[in-house]
Design a protein around this ligand. Structure first.
Ligand SMILES: [Zn+2]
Length: 347
């Protein structure tokens, strides 16, 4: 396999089947060495960059090589290819950030061969500020093995739906969660667990503080600029074996009394307020189960008015928290070990 220039080659060998002494007396031409060799084109990538696992195995033409990712205690298939001329090339997952993704290759058919684990790190396209230890993930998470269906306020400001889509794309890169559009909605979310409408798991709305309990005044009588919550059901566990709450509903409300500047990036000098996209990034992180970070360098710092923080994207602690509630821990399972389905309360 040709490697990109400058790429480091990382090789993991399969644990070989020990050859019995008796086999050594076989004619050399009949010996089967069972050697599976796997290498990643790089052990570090920027999100979206292609990384390949190169497979080399002799006498295995026509057999299927499968690349799997560790998700908790389980391994989940990501790609597969047929071995040809002793080689195969398998795409590695790079659509979401990962601080330490574990991969392996299995060769199916005949005597199954499994490689040692390989490690891949997928970074964001920018240098996040702060440290991963600043993370404050919650105790619950969405089931990453099902899409999250979201609806945007039918009365949202012009261009707001595009900002929601872009912010969710960033949350998806940070968590590995999948979001699908489920149209528009007239639901004004409250601080409760009422239905968000049939087939809707997450609502992003604009509302007056008089119309929603999610914008009730906080300490000092301050009316929030926005609010975001995740409704969880306790008593589930992840494929990693750890207990977790299952997040079944997400609610985000932006205070429509604030005329936020659309898009992403640094706060506008004229208002001193964060941009609409930045506010969405903060509240959507709450909606996927991330709490407030103490450190003021993180986007998930509470940044309570009237001193809005000047951040524009997720910091290292934010990203660590988002990863902790993301797809890397595998599906959410019920007490019988079955993967959870759709929450009945969402129709
Ligand atoms: Zn917050």
């Amino acid at each position: 396999m040709r490697l990109p220039s400058g790429a480091t080659r990382f090789v993991a060998r399969a644990i070989g089947v020990p050859l019995l002494a008796a086999q050594l007396s076989f004619p050399a031409g009949l010996l089967w060495w069972g050697g599976l060799e796997v290498s990643l084109s790089s052990d570090r990538a920027t999100v979206g960059q292609q990384v390949w696992a190169g497979v080399e195995m002799s006498d295995a033409d026509g057999r299927t090589a499968v690349l799997e990712r560790r998700t908790g205690r389980a391994w989940t298939e990501f790609s597969r290819a047929t071995i040809d001329d002793g080689r195969a090339r398998l795409a590695a997952p790079t659509t979401a950030y990962a601080s330490d993704m574990e991969l392996r290759v299995r060769v199916l058919g005949g005597d199954e061969e499994v490689s040692d684990p390989l490690h891949l790190r997928v970074d964001p396209p920018y240098e996040p500020v702060g440290r991963p230890e600043m993370a404050r993930p919650g105790t619950a998470r969405w089931n990453p093995c099902a899409p999250i269906r979201y609806a945007v306020d039918e009365g949202a400001p012009v261009g707001a739906a595009e900002d929601v889509r872009a912010a969710l794309a960033e949350v998806s890169r940070a968590t590995g969660l999948t979001f699908v559009e489920a149209g528009t909605t007239g639901v004004v979310p409250q601080n409760d667990t009422a239905s968000l409408g049939a087939g809707v798991d997450l609502v992003v709305a604009w509302a007056d503080p008089d119309a929603t309990s999610m914008l009730d005044p906080i300490e000092g009588g301050v009316v929030p600029m926005a609010g975001g919550t995740a409704a969880e059901v306790p008593g589930y566990r992840g494929e990693d074996g750890r207990p977790t709450g299952w997040i079944v509903q997400g609610r985000v409300v932006i205070n429509e009394r604030y005329d936020l500047v659309p898009g992403f990036g640094a706060p506008t000098q004229s208002t001193g307020l964060p941009r609409r996209g930045t506010v969405l990034l903060h509240e959507l992180a709450h909606a996927v189960g991330v709490g407030h970070a103490d450190d003021a360098t993180q986007l998930m710092n509470s940044g309570e008015a009237p001193a809005p923080h000047d951040l524009e994207r997720y910091g290292a602690g934010d990203l660590a928290a988002l990863e902790a509630v993301g797809a890397g821990r595998g599906c959410v399972l019920d007490t019988r070990g079955a993967q959870v389905g759709t929450w009945p309360g969402n129709g």
